[in-house]
Design a protein around this ligand. Structure first.
Ligand code: DAH
Length: 267
């Protein structure tokens, strides 16, 4: 009996000690919080740090996005000079001398020889002269034409050339790659189409359109975003590539058009 009574007494003391401990713990926590609140004062009157304003131009953003999409498919960035010669800009690309297509390009010729490249296609030739196939490149850059500024013309604008040369490349490769690209850039459900066209440096040649709604109330319509085709054997030969063994496809893209159609820029 004595033992039982003593046990009950001990339990009472134990409870009292526990309660006292809990109370002390809560006191200490409150005191710590009060101390922190007292020291961590936020001075909301401090001026904010200067923030970067603006962003990359939509055309630059488009070019970066394009390079990333093609880069993921194994394409490397290549470059060529803005000041070109007749050979790389025209002759090696299978433009016959006195061909009207040369006049279409309204070339800016420089005093003392040379010209401002009218397209990025000469980078095809320069790359093939330098590297043996397989070759997969993307060549972004500025091109120049003797045009006045208006809503659809500019004496300087950007292009992106694409080129793939390897054994056994055919039109199916071109179509699959460019369609995949369009679906990555515009969205997987976007409709695309290829129309027959003509360029001296490709055979067959095509134009690729994408269906867009610019949100201007005119609804869906087809917009041409690139010229493309299988590299003409004469171009491969001129650049020193065995055109019996190798074939290729090429594309010339207009980033301004793509920025407009991709980001819904109305005008
Ligand atoms: N060079 C052409 C132009 O500026 C665009 C082009 C069309 C490039 C078809 C290509 C191509 O590589 O295959 O008008």
């Amino acid at each position: 009996d004595e033992r039982k009574a003593f046990g009950a007494q001990i339990n009472t003391v134990k409870d009292e000690i526990s309660a006292a401990l809990e109370a002390k713990k809560a006191d200490l926590q409150n005191a710590a919080l009060d101390a922190r609140l007292a020291t961590e004062v936020l001075d909301v009157s401090l001026p904010v740090r200067p923030e970067a304003k603006g962003s990359l131009h939509p055309i630059s953003q488009t070019m970066e996005e394009l390079t990333a999409i093609f880069g993921a498919m194994g394409f490397e960035v290549a470059e060529g000079p803005d000041v070109e010669d007749d050979f790389h800009n025209f002759t090696a690309l299978n433009f016959p001398a006195d061909h009207p297509a040369m006049e279409l390009h309204d070339t800016l010729y420089l005093e003392g020889g040379g010209l401002l490249r009218t397209h990025t296609s000469p980078v095809q030739v320069r790359t093939l002269q330098k590297y043996a196939p397989p070759v997969r490149i993307l060549a972004p850059g500025n091109v120049y034409r003797r045009d006045f500024f208006d809503a659809t013309h500019s004496p300087m604008f950007a292009q992106i050339e694409g080129l793939a040369v390897d054994e056994g490349i055919n039109f199916a490769d071109l179509k699959a790659t460019l369609t995949h690209f369009a679906h990555r850039f515009y969205g997987a459900t976007r409709r695309t189409r290829f129309r027959p066209s003509f360029f001296p440096f490709t055979e067959p040649s095509a134009e690729m359109d994408v269906e867009v709604d610019l949100g201007d109330g005119r609804g869906l319509r087809w917009v041409e975003i690139m010229g493309c085709g299988l590299v003409h054997p004469a171009v491969l030969t001129e650049a020193g590539v065995d055109s019996e063994r190798y074939t290729g496809w090429a594309v010339g893209m207009g980033p301004a058009r793509m920025a407009q159609s991709g980001y819904g820029v109305r005008d």
